[in-house]
Design a protein around this ligand. Sequence first.
Ligand SMILES: [Zn+2]
Length: 384
Amino acid sequence: MGGVDKVSGRGNRAPLPPRECDFPAAGLSTRPHRSHRFGTQAFFAYDHIKKEEGPTSPPTPETLTLAIDPMSATLLCRDPFFQQHETGNHVESPDRIIAVNAAIADTDLADRCDDVEWTEASEESLLRVHTPEYLARLEAFTRDGGGRIEQDTVVSPHSYLVARRAAGAACDAVSRVCAGKAKNAFCLLRPPGHHALADGAMGFCLLNHAAIAAAHARDAEGVSRVLIVDWDVHHGNGTQDIFYRDPNVAFFSAHRWPFYPGSGRTEETGSGPGLGTTRNLPLPFGIAADDYLEKFRQSLETIAAKQRPELIVLSAGFDAHHADPVGSFGLCEDDFSTLSRCVLDVAGVHCQGRVVSLLEGGYNPQALGACVKIHLESLVSDQT
Ligand SMILES: [Zn+2]
């Protein structure tokens, strides 16, 4: 999209004055910690055992473990290696995930999630989405020392491996959620992915993690109908392009418009066998947050009713936050709780709550940390 600069954006104007919310007050209000995620379920499990078997003493820990629903777990995929994608003086920097980890460290959220090990995405996984020519060019470019691979996107010697490991996390999370080993997942990835095209890097993105995850669900896990939800402030043009003709993978994006990258009009609805499986919700700068949230819910429910997804992959960008230097769309961190709830409600209706959430944008590290903390709280607490 020559000539359109992602950082300044198209149609960018001064940000709205912040709404009434916690950020960036001197300290975010401390939310009361909820009970450990297994607490309530363990209680009911014990109650059930008493009724059925009438034990006179509490069950052993082994009994409780067996009684716990494995679908209740949230995966949290993090890796210090993601900091090795070095971008110099750039808004998409390692500071982003460092800030998120710091925000989470103040809570018990990580303790309430499952940590998992995974490997980099296989070549087969990448080739479902990207051309072999692009993958070879990206690998060679980074091996030769990196630099600016397109106007907005900087890569360093480790960037290809970092992106490939990030894509691996997304695929692994899909497999675990599809296997019932977890109910949902959050992958704290970088670089972001939703602008990446089949044959090129774009807009800070190298590999399209959401697309790779959805294609993995479709081809490796036998998921017939996937829905990708993208609430990043920018339109997920790469993801849309990749599945534009695919009826198995629907795509819904809510985004600021007109804005970078310029796509995402309402009229873009898919083509051929994929006609009707793309839904765009372009939103004007200055829209009231409540109006945005209501439109988001309505549009999401509409396409979900049509697609009846078995899995939702979420491109979770947080650059619609009012303090974001790139997106600045007027949302508060609490609005991301509402967005999270919308997605989880739809997942509860259609796919037993199965959501794999992948970090996309969000370029004010402090705001990003606050938003991800709230989003992760929603995932962990989901009882649908
Ligand atoms: Zn974005």
